[in-house]
Design a binder for this molecule. Structure first.
Ligand code: YSA
Length: 348
């Protein structure tokens, strides 16, 4: 039998056997036998070079044609077996296609992250740019440059977590930032007015926890510096934020406050969502919850970053983020955000 006759005989045998196969395991044996590396077809292809030149072209083309035919017959058979199996499942009632599938767990953003994005959106729509800064900070940026030198009583209001305090020199002491205000300095060192930024991020304080205080929380800093900025711009911006975030009907209160890096300084509070201003555990019976400190940027702070306070003025604010969703949804304890209780977190 010459090579071409052998191919014809191989084709009849292979397709005949394939037609009788009725399960996937046997199909794999068939594949190895007729298309595998040691199959008659592969050996024939490899030994083409040994044939006389005249036969080589015909036998080569025939072998390749047969390989393509066997491969496509294999695919068709696989598909047919698969469909037959599915059909038998349905006919024997082994498969109920109307059953619901397995639930696929989908993650979501933490409520505090969702709130940060929402606040960012409100301020960016008012022309503010979002920037971020380091959580491990130098004493200089966290305190000194903000008019809070060593031994200043304002340091006591921000119980600080220090890093390697003893080892470092006085100028180079490191800490976990107690507020986002250091980014005012860092940004104004690099960028000169006009400027408008918000800075969201984590801050740390060595504090006892209660319903409204925790030792790691988030703040968002705001800073706007330009010619002719005044207190009305600060109040207008914060009123607009409160109106867009909490709605028209919530009450907002401004009171004088002291921060060494502003002059004058204010605090802003919103009426308590839990007791509707009557007084409860969350608001310490006052009916109000303080959400931010703010004021006009102190001239000394501007001078420190080479901005002339005779030409430029600015306002700044620092808002505690966790207290914002507490006010909006009436959440009575700040610790719920970090308790990892999915029953709480899944509500947002
Ligand atoms: C003031 C003036 C400016 O021009 C700019 C910023 C500021 C704010 C200042 N840096 C600051 O941190 N003030 S603050 O100590 O009163 O904190 C600001 C807000 O953070 C508070 O109003 C409160 O909402 C939140 N906060 C403070 N301690 C907290 C806390 N939230 C949760 N847990 C704590 N322990």
């Amino acid at each position: 039998m010459d090579a071409l006759e052998q191919l014809v005989e191989l084709r009849v045998r292979a397709l005949g056997e394939l037609a009788n196969i009725d399960d996937v395991r046997k199909l794999e044996f068939w594949r190895i036998c007729y298309l595998g590396k040691k199959s008659q077809l592969s050996v024939a292809l490899r030994s083409l070079g040994e044939l006389p030149l005249d036969d080589r072209k015909n036998v080569g083309a025939g072998t390749n044609r047969l390989r393509v035919e066997l491969e496509s017959s294999l695919e068709q058979k696989k598909q047919a077996l698969h469909e037959a199996k599915l059909l038998s499942f349905i006919q024997n009632d082994d498969l109920d296609v109307s059953l619901p599938g397995y639930p696929f767990p989908v993650g979501r953003l933490h409520p505090v992250t969702q709130i940060i994005y929402e606040i960012n959106d409100i301020f960016t729509s008012m022309g503010f740019q979002v920037v971020e800064g380091p959580e491990v900070e130098w004493d200089y940026y966290n305190f000194e440059a903000l008019n809070i030198p060593k031994e200043h009583p304002a340091r006591d209001s921000m119980a600080t977590l220090w890093i390697d305090r003893e080892k470092d020199s006085v100028q180079r002491q490191m800490l976990l930032r107690t507020h986002t205000s250091p980014m005012q300095i860092r940004f104004m060192e690099r960028v000169k007015p006009p400027l408008r930024i918000v800075v969201p991020g984590k801050v740390y304080r060595y504090e006892a926890t209660d319903a409204t205080h925790i030792s790691m929380f988030h703040q968002i800093e705001g800073l706007a510096v330009d010619r002719g900025i005044n207190m009305a711009d600060l109040k207008g911006t914060l009123y607009e934020f409160a109106r867009r975030f909490f709605g028209e009907n919530r009450k907002v209160r401004f009171r004088c406050d002291y921060f060494p890096f502003v002059e004058p300084g204010v605090e802003m509070a919103i009426d308590c969502a839990v007791c509707k201003g009557k007084g409860c555990r969350l608001c310490g019976s006052s009916g109000w919850i303080e959400i931010l400190g703010a004021g006009m940027v102190h001239p000394e702070v501007l001078k420190r970053v080479d901005i002339d306070p005779e030409i430029y003025t600015g306002f700044a604010f620092g808002m505690g983020i966790e207290r914002i969703p507490m006010l909006r949804y009436g959440i009575s304890d700040i610790r719920l955000f970090y308790g990892s209780d999915l029953r709480f977190l899944r509500q947002f």
